[in-house]
Design a protein around this ligand. Sequence first.
Ligand code: SAM
Length: 301
Amino acid sequence: MASPGPLIGATDAAPPGSVDIHEGDNLVVSRMLADASFTLIYLDPPFNTGRAQERSIETARSAASVPPTAERIVRRGFHGREYERIRGDLRVYDDTFDDYWSFLEPRLLEAWRLLADDGTLYLHLDYREAHYAKVLMDALVGRERFLNELIWAYDYGAKTRRRWPTKHDTILVYVKDPKSYWFDSEAVDREPYMAPGLVTPEKAERGKLPTDVWWHTIVPTTGREKTGYPTQKPEGILRRIVQASSRPGDRVLDFFAGSGTTGAVASALGRDAVLVDHNPDAIAVMRERMPHARVFAEPGR
Ligand SMILES: C[S@@+](CC[C@H](N)C(=O)[O-])C[C@H]1O[C@@H](n2cnc3c(N)ncnc32)[C@H](O)[C@@H]1O
């Protein structure tokens, strides 16, 4: 695996934040973490790869193991009855998605429990899952808590000629409290105007605030950032998220951590990160990428 170079943001003023890496199932590890203790949670669950196998195990396990707090949220809190009804309706359209959601639901409930009162949850999905997930998330936590749908558009790889080539991911953004959440647009790196001639030279020089459509390259196949982990996300995407939705000193959680992009970026920007992954390869990549991290073995081992 390529050894990653210096991090984007490593020169920012804040001293690097701490990083704790946990090896293990995120449902198990998340239960060891305190309520409302993270300002920012970014989740990038696996898409459909290996879903069928994992789902049958997780469905059985999750039914038995939704923690009391989480269960309270779904069954009695927020939109309990409505949620169950909507989930039932979606099952009729796509039972494959329903199986996938059985894996995700208990984890999303844990994420919601862990999210601070001013916190923000980013849920990174692909186009096959984003729409069902949006409907279910609205019903689960309340539509009024939905903040944004971010489109990350890239342009890489083979292109079909039978339809519009799909070259984007969707990131759904929810806030714990729509009246009081942390969002600092001033802290976000600006980007060039598409038509700089239409604005004043000062504005063109300063650049524009990114909108909800983010054109950003995938992790280059060669280069500083590449770790070799197959599903690695670009630091530039996480950098915007961390800059906007957390402050230096805040705690950031990613419990589908993979190569640890969230932790690497958060730490470089002075946030404290907690990362979880059950794949030993991911743990090895993260160790190399963040030599300053503390690594904890799988609970019960
Ligand atoms: C899409 S990848 C995340 C990639 C990451 N955002 C990055 O930039 O490298 C999803 C990760 O979730 C991990 N994962 C899947 N199910 C898990 C579970 N139940 N507990 C912990 N990790 C899990 C996989 O091992 C994989 O590394």
